[in-house]
Design a protein around this ligand. Structure first.
Ligand code: NIG
Ligand code: ZN
Length: 419
């Protein structure tokens, strides 16, 4: 099955010699081809270049042509941080915050993550699966072409395994690549309030071996934060995860800088996520490491907390990825196009830097950079086709609107949004 995209106004972020990720100035320096073509065979990119190279070349066997006059084609977006599986929205807490309560105050009253855990315990796997799949379908329409899914609303061995089994079913059946993260250490359940180390023991000694035995996860995560898990507890859990074959990918520095980033880097974390509050020691720890900082601007938008210092991160010659953090408490949105707008408007990234963070670097944060993240021969044809436009900024400029005309998954039109 051969498909040919022709007359592409601009083919964005092509690579002849793919690199694992982009950092600093390189994030604003993506190579593009004007008036381009792109050939797809069996779901993979097999050839691309200027239209002038296509004329006279062998296009026999092409089964479908897609004329992209006026349209831009770019790599599909990757969401490297989501809590896609949850039982119920938390709109009540949203109203409590409008009336002045903070996220932390709501959590201290037994709301927040504990509220979601109580609801999840009661919901059958089938329903969790159907709801999460419906959310996934919606996300693909706004450009998401690979996703990470966390557990963390279980907080008991039984419920964590239930979440992860749902995630594994999604991974098997979803049309896009899925990576799974075990987040048993998302909050201290009420029965361990006086004995948090006892809960850490449960995560390490009881949950983790079962997760590994059933091959339910790719990564291990901890919410390293005041009132949740200390740096020492995080270190214990990450070391146990690594020993069991799960690389760390960690919630850290959301409200306080307590030294967690250093611990994550020491434990070879593939990414550190949130980073709304960072000190100089955190920047130092990230320099000379291969750990990807991941910013979640929709969370800052929704909770009204500081934005990750993304401009400073890139200007410090570090890489940056962007993700949604889709969850019922701090980010009830899986829309990466909105994340793109926030990155430009609130974090002062250029549209190009934000695209690099949403594609190439996000793919690295899921160790999917060999198959996704740029236009390169051999990579999977998970691609976005824009509506006709004059600049890349057209997409984030139109915040809250979907400026894509097509999302291609394995080269196939996933959805056709044009009238
Ligand atoms: N901060 C920790 N976990 C989630 C929120 C979870 C929730 O409130 O349900 C986050 O990444 O924002
Ligand atoms: Zn999160």
């Amino acid at each position: 099955m051969k498909r040919l995209l022709t007359n592409i106004k601009k083919l964005v972020h092509v690579e002849n010699q793919p690199v694992p990720y982009l950092k600093g100035k390189a994030m604003n320096d993506l190579t593009s081809i004007d008036d381009a073509f792109l050939e797809i065979e069996d779901g993979k990119i097999v050839r691309f270049g200027p239209m002038t190279d296509l004329h006279g070349s062998d296009i026999s066997g092409t089964t479908e042509y897609l004329d992209c006059t006026g349209q831009w084609v770019m790599p599909g977006l990757v969401d490297s941080h989501t809590h896609l599986i949850f039982a119920e929205p938390r709109a009540r807490e949203f109203e409590d915050r409008i009336h002045g309560l903070t996220y932390e105050e709501i959590a201290a009253r037994g709301g927040g993550i504990l509220n979601s855990a109580a609801k999840l315990a009661e919901m059958p796997e089938e329903q969790l699966y159907d709801d999460a799949m419906a959310r996934l379908h919606e996300m693909i329409q706004t450009g998401t072409t690979a996703i990470e899914i966390k557990s963390g609303y279980g907080l008991s061995t039984e419920a964590e395994l239930k979440m992860l089994r749902v995630a594994k079913r999604i991974k098997r059946r979803a049309p896009i690549p899925v990576k799974i993260t075990f987040l048993g250490a998302h909050a201290i359940p009420p029965e361990y309030k006086e004995n948090p180390d006892g809960y850490v023991d449960l995560v390490i000694d009881e949950m983790l071996p079962k997760v590994v035995e059933e091959r339910l996860a790719d990564y291990i995560d901890v919410f390293c934060e005041k009132g949740y898990f200390t740096v020492e507890q995080t270190d214990r859990i990450l070391k146990a995860g690594m020993a069991a074959g799960l690389r760390p990918k960690v919630h850290v520095n959301q409200f306080n800088a307590i030294g967690g980033i250093q611990t994550c880097v020491e434990n070879k974390a593939i990414s550190v996520d949130h980073l709304e509050v960072m000190d100089e020691g955190d920047f130092k720890a990230l320099a000379n490491s291969d750990c990807m900082p991941v910013a979640l601007p929709s969370c800052s938008f929704f909770l009204g907390i500081p934005y990750t210092p993304a401009r400073k991160i890139i200007d410090s010659n570090l890489p940056l990825a962007l993700a949604t953090d889709y969850n019922p408490g701090s980010t009830p949105s899986g829309n990466l196009l909105f994340v793109w707008s926030l990155a430009c408007i609130q974090m002062k990234l250029t549209p190009t830097e934000a695209l690099a963070a949403l594609t190439h670097n996000a793919a690295y944060a899921l160790e999917l950079n060999d198959e996704l993240g740029s236009i390169a021969v051999g990579k999977t044809a998970n691609l976005l086709v824009s509506e006709p436009m004059d600049s890349l900024g057209h997409i984030p400029y139109h915040f809250g609107r979907n400026s894509l005309s097509r999302v291609l998954i394995n080269g196939n039109k996933y959805t056709h949004l044009e009238p």
